[in-house]
Each structure stands twice: as structure tokens, then as C-alpha cells.
Design a protein around this ligand. Structure first.
Ligand code: 7TS
Length: 418
């Protein structure tokens, strides 16, 4: 194989990846007769035994509804769920647990904020600034919010290398900007945005700032107080936790004045048939029975990550990306989409004469799971004039050997379609 260098030349001595992998049951299976090489981590990560066990334990021992019963099971379930609020608070260094709102995921969190802005804070003449590299979850809710309120949606351009055009971002900020909503890390390009800078510029014109942390949260520590953003949102399932869980962190002054989103049980103070009053944060935004088991699983995922040598694993992920990028560059006809100087664990690419879906299907026959498509970032595809890309995305449990299996499989695709 032309592109390969020996995996033995690279190592991450401080982490035992085999021991880590042993904790992820899904990784140990064959797909089409090959050991699974799971490189679709930007879509969702696999779950460690600790998370699976925490969910099972809840259903086997503590299952009850929360915040309602006076009986022991309900108190236990409530305690376990509320403990996770504290875990998340510490994880992102939020000032207080009530500033952590449990949601269904990043999409749900952004919809909550966009809905509130449309109802209470946006009017004709106001502007919302996003970027051209957002996931649809951070585009469409703002299109809706602007449509409803008469505000105008602007976006900052992407440079040819996949970095955000910082000049364009600054140019499009003004005293009219009510909120700047942008991604920490692009899911389609891997670009890590210089969010500290962007937050500073947005705050300087008096705009609120929402960071979409979906692709960042599993790959570097986040400190919301240091960032000084107004909102930071992410999904549990990209953080080794369960699907259907997510977090919305907000500054207290925003959460207090943001109007309610979904309404019903659990989020009220008093209901009369003539009208209702609402609970304070966080419950104001948590209508209905929450995903109790999932939230407990999310807590277990964060505890799991804390028990790992996370700094070394972040370095390991960066080395995987560097190795994959280096090998991919040697494959004739392969074009990497997104070559920012600072990237997280995403390698998006096209191959001459091969549709990305065919790459994905062929790789699956070799046991290699990648995503092919527009990655819910159609504007990025338009910007780079491609219908879709194939995307390998790495996590803490991936190995150099897997990177090479992936590259070998891509090389076979190229030869097959040549
Ligand atoms: N924002 C970003 C940057 C994302 O990458 C995703 C999901 C979302 C928002 C939405 O997250 P959800 O958990 O609410 O669905 N990204 C992807 C992806 O890249 N492949 O599958 C899902």
C-alpha cells in the first residue's frame, strides 16, 4: 500500500488503548467478516460499559418518576438525576447547577433558545449572525426565528482552507446583532473556531453568544465561565453518553428572562384554568417526564471520562488525525475538504470518480464505518462545490492500526474505481 507508514513508529505511551477499548462492548464485533473499525464518532460515539450499566441499574433498582413522588424510589431517582446536574456543572465549570438545563440534545437546546429569542428579543431591524459552517441545527431554527420576528439572518463566510473568515465575521457584527450563534468545531470540516476571539468581538457590540459545542465537548475541556459565552449547548451521545440527552448551559440573566419553550407538567409553579405561572430555572425549561435513565447515563459518561487520562487521550486523538491526514494526502485523487490549521477529529474527503456514498458502502464491506453525505451541513457542501463528502471521525478508543485499515480500504476503493 503506497500510503502506509508503520504503526509501530507511532505510539502514545501514556495511555493503554487496549484496556480502554475493552470497556466498549460494541467495538468488539465483526462487520462483513472484518473486525469493526468504527470511524463515525462525529455522528455518535460508542458507549462504555459504565454508561450501559448505569442505565440498567436505574431501570433495575430505582425506576420511578422524578420530582413528584414522596416514596423512596422516586426520591432516589430524583437524587440520581439531580446529581448529574452537579456533575455537568463541574464538567463545564458553570457557576451553578440550575444553569444546566437537560434537553434532548444540541438540536433541542438550540431550538429552545431560538424560539425564546423569536418570541421575546428579536424584532424587525435586528440581526442574527451565524457562520457558513453551521450544522443545520444551528441554521434552520434561526431561519425560523427570523421569519417569525422579522429579524435578518447573516452568515460569516468560510475561507478556502475551511477556516472561518474572521474579517467577514467582524464586518457582519454590529449594534444590530442580537445574537451570534456559531459552532465551536465544524462537523463537516473539523475546523476548531477561535471562539474566545469571536465571543469577545460579539460581546463588544452587545450581542448575546451561543456556542454549538456538539463536536467540541468530547475533544477538549470546556470552561463556560472562562469563555464568557451566554449559552453553550451539546449532546450527550457524542460524549460517550446516551442518545436523547443534551445540555443547555446559559447565563442566569438570560435563562431567567428567556420565555418558556415546551409547557406542561413539571415546569409550572401554579396552574389555574384561567392561567398558569411557571417554575424558576432549571425546571422552567424541563416540561414533562425527562429522560431520567439517559441523564443518569450521561452522568456516568462524564464520570467515565474523568477517570481516564483525558489530556493524553486528546493528544492521542490529534495524533490519529495527523496520521490519517498524512496517509490520505498520498492517495492520488483524494481531496481533503477542510484543512484548517486547528482541527478536531474529522477527516472529510472526496475521491476522484467515486461518489462519497460508494466510498461509504465499499468501506463498510471492509468493516470500516464512516459517514458519507452532506453531514447536515449542506451550505458547507455548496461552499466547496461538492455534493457530499466521506468523513472519518476519531474518538479516544481508535488506534493507529484502525487508521491504516481505513486508509488501505480507501486505497482499494480508488483502485477498484480507477
Ligand atoms: N451541531 C453540530 C456541530 C453537530 O455536529 C450536530 C450533529 C448537531 C449540532 C446536532 O446534534 P444532535 O445530537 O441534536 O443531532 N452532527 C452529526 C454529524 O456530524 N453526523 O451525525 C450527526
Amino acid at each position: 500500500m503506497t500510503a502506509s507508514v508503520s504503526a509501530q513508529t507511532i505510539s502514545t505511551p501514556t495511555v493503554d488503548i487496549d484496556a480502554l477499548r475493552a470497556q466498549f462492548p460494541t467495538l468488539h464485533q465483526e462487520v462483513h467478516g472484518h473486525p469493526l473499525v468504527y470511524l463515525d464518532n462525529a455522528a455518535t460515539t460508542q458507549k462504555p460499559r459504565a454508561v450501559i450499566d448505569a442505565i440498567s441499574h436505574y431501570y433495575e433498582h430505582d425506576n420511578a418518576n422524578v420530582h413528584r413522588g414522596v416514596h423512596s424510589l422516586s426520591e432516589r431517582a430524583t437524587q440520581r438525576m439531580e446529581n448529574v446536574r452537579n456533575t455537568v456543572q463541574r464538567f463545564i465549570n458553570a457557576p451553578a447547577p440550575e444553569q444546566i438545563i437537560f434537553t434532548r440534545g444540541t438540536t433541542d437546546s438550540i431550538n429552545l433558545i431560538a424560539h425564546g429569542f423569536a418570541r421575546a428579543f428579536l424584532k424587525p431591524g435586528d440581526e442574527v449572525l451565524i457562520t457558513g459552517m453551521e450544522h443545520h441545527a444551528n441554521i434552520v431554527p434561526w431561519q425560523q426565528a427570523c421569519e417569525l420576528s422579522g429579524a435578518t439572518l447573516l452568515h460569516a463566510a468560510i475561507l478556502d482552507n475551511g477556516e472561518l473568515d474572521l474579517d467577514d465575521f467582524q464586518r457582519k457584527l454590529s449594534s444590530r446583532t442580537r445574537i451570534a450563534a456559531f459552532t465551536h468545531v465544524s462537523n463537516a470540516l473539523g475546523t476548531i473556531n477561535p471562539i474566545e476571539k469571536l465571543i469577545g468581538w460579539a460581546r463588544a457590540v452587545g450581542a448575546a453568544v451561543l456556542i454549538d459545542g456538539a463536536q467540541a465537548i468530547a475533544h477538549a475541556p470546556v470552561d463556560v465561565q472562562k469563555l464568557d459565552c451566554d449559552f453553550y449547548v451539546f449532546s450527550g451521545h457524542k460524549l460517550y453518553g446516551p442518545t436523547g440527552t443534551g445540555v443547555l448551559y446559559g447565563k442566569r440573566e438570560w435563562l431567567d428572562k428567556l420565555p418558556v419553550y415546551q409547557t406542561g407538567g413539571d415546569m409550572i409553579r401554579e396552574v389555574r384554568l384561567e392561567g398558569s405561572t411557571f417554575a424558576g430555572i432549571p425546571h422552567k425549561f424541563e416540561a414533562g417526564t425527562p429522560h431520567i435513565a439517559g441523564i443518569i447515563g450521561l452522568g456516568a459518561a462524564i464520570d467515565f471520562l474523568h477517570a481516564q487520562p483525558w489530556a493524553a487521550l486528546i493528544e492521542h486523538e490529534q495524533q490519529l488525525l495527523a496520521h490519517a491526514t498524512k496517509l490520505a494526502r498520498n492517495i492520488p485523487g483524494l481531496q481533503i475538504i477542510g484543512e484548517a490549521a486547528h482541527k478536531a477529529c474529522v477527516l472529510s474527503f472526496t475521491l476522484e470518480n467515486v461518489h462519497p456514498h460508494d466510498i461509504g458502502t465499499f468501506l463498510d464491506f471492509e468493516g470500516v464505518a464512516v459517514r458519507a453525505g452532506h453531514h447536515c451541513a449542506m451550505p458547507v457542501m455548496h461552499r466547496f462545490d461538492v455534493p457530499a463528502t466521506a468523513r472519518a471521525s476519531f474518538a479516544i478508543y481508535n488506534t493507529f492500526d484502525e487508521v491504516e485499515k481505513f486508509i488501505n480500504a480507501v486505497e482499494s476503493v480508488r483502485k477498484t474505481f480507477a
